[in-house]
Design a protein around this ligand. Structure first.
Ligand SMILES: [Zn+2]
Length: 343
């Protein structure tokens, strides 16, 4: 059963929202909980959420049993042994480097990953940080022994269990996890994160940049995401939740400039430029459905360029130019507890 809300106020900024798009389900043909969903978009901050939420128990069961099962697009065998890569995984390396700019990670400090999946971040943290204590929170039933066996990481069932244990994490990572939570769970989620984040700690979050004010022109499947972020909406959510934003960036450039809502097209010179042959050409491209072909071609040539260059250079500047996905841009943000929240 989906849980119907009688209001469509934006959970992030309170703006009155309207239905933006039908949910595009893919990847798990036997799963019905994503059928018939409607996506509501806030025109003010760009946050999107489901009109009728999937029930907590159904969603939990999906992640425990379906998300990583054989045949799933994100299949992972938690009975397997982690294959040691020739170089550190780039995404998690960039995320950990970013965190260490804003905190001093001492031996024995805790690195907590909420939703580590195959465990790249645990592997990277084990190599980059000084004698870290690695902790994972992951709903899949078989993941705990996998993390212990491969990374020496301890698994904890939930943030409230971690809070009860008195542990505080110096770095907390939510890499492509937040968009899997329900919007009605956000308040309690960030309250719980606040409880387990060390006062000198850093929270690093990565989410796909899916701003439906733009994204309805560049439609990709949604499953299993239940909330969708613009840069503005994640900023507002984090500030509202008691954080100082230390760093935010959008990785990638999938959104053509003229598709951005007017308010985001802030440089007036650029807007004037759009009312020109470039604008007309873009309209023609859109009409002929050529835009996606153009973007795919551009990405293909970019990937060729990376191949020619060989391995990506690993240094502290990495977090500034790292692009991670072929379809979506990514928002990466690092925050610390706001000073008035630090006791
Ligand atoms: Zn909003």
């Amino acid at each position: 059963m989906h849980e119907k809300h009688s209001y469509n106020l934006c959970p992030v900024c309170g703006y009155d929202c309207k239905v933006s798009s039908n949910y595009m389900h893919w990847g798990w043909p036997d799963t019905t909980i994503f059928d018939g969903l409607l996506i509501i978009t806030c025109d003010d901050c760009g946050f999107s959420f489901l009109e009728n939420e999937i029930s907590y128990s159904q969603l939990n069961e999906f992640y425990e049993r379906e998300y990583r099962k054989v045949g799933s697009p994100f299949y992972w065998d938690y009975g397997s042994t982690f294959e040691i890569p020739r170089s550190l995984p780039t995404r998690s390396t960039a995320q950990i480097y970013l965190a260490t700019i804003f905190t001093e990670f001492l031996p024995g400090d805790i690195f907590l990953d909420i939703g580590p999946g195959p465990g790249d971040s645990l592997f990277s943290a084990g190599h980059l940080l000084n004698k870290p204590k690695l902790i994972a929170i992951e709903p899949n039933q078989d993941s705990a022994s996998y993390y212990d066996r491969n990374f020496g990481a301890k698994s904890i069932a939930s943030l409230s269990d971690m809070s009860a244990s008195g542990f505080k994490a110096k770095i907390i990572l939510l890499s492509h996890s937040l968009e899997h939570f329900r919007h009605s769970d956000l308040t309690i989620l960030f309250k719980s994160i606040n409880e387990v984040l060390d006062v000198r700690g850093v929270l690093v979050i990565e989410v796909p940049n899916v701003d439906f004010r733009v994204h309805k022109h560049l439609r990709f499947p949604d499953t299993p995401h239940t909330i969708f972020f613009s840069k503005d909406s994640i900023c507002r959510l984090l500030i509202k939740s008691g954080y100082d934003i230390k760093h935010i960036q959008v990785l990638g450039n999938s959104y053509p400039y003229s598709h951005l809502p007017f308010v985001l097209n802030s440089p007036t010179v650029e807007i004037k430029n759009n009312i020109s042959y470039r604008y007309a050409l873009k309209k023609l491209f859109t009409k002929l459905h050529m835009l996606n072909y153009f973007l795919a071609l551009r990405k293909f040539f970019k990937s060729m360029k990376y191949t020619r260059q060989g391995r990506i250079k690993m240094d502290l500047a990495l977090f500034n130019d790292f692009i991670n996905d072929s379809n979506f841009d990514t928002i990466r943000v690092a925050v610390t507890l706001r000073s008035d929240r630090v006791i």
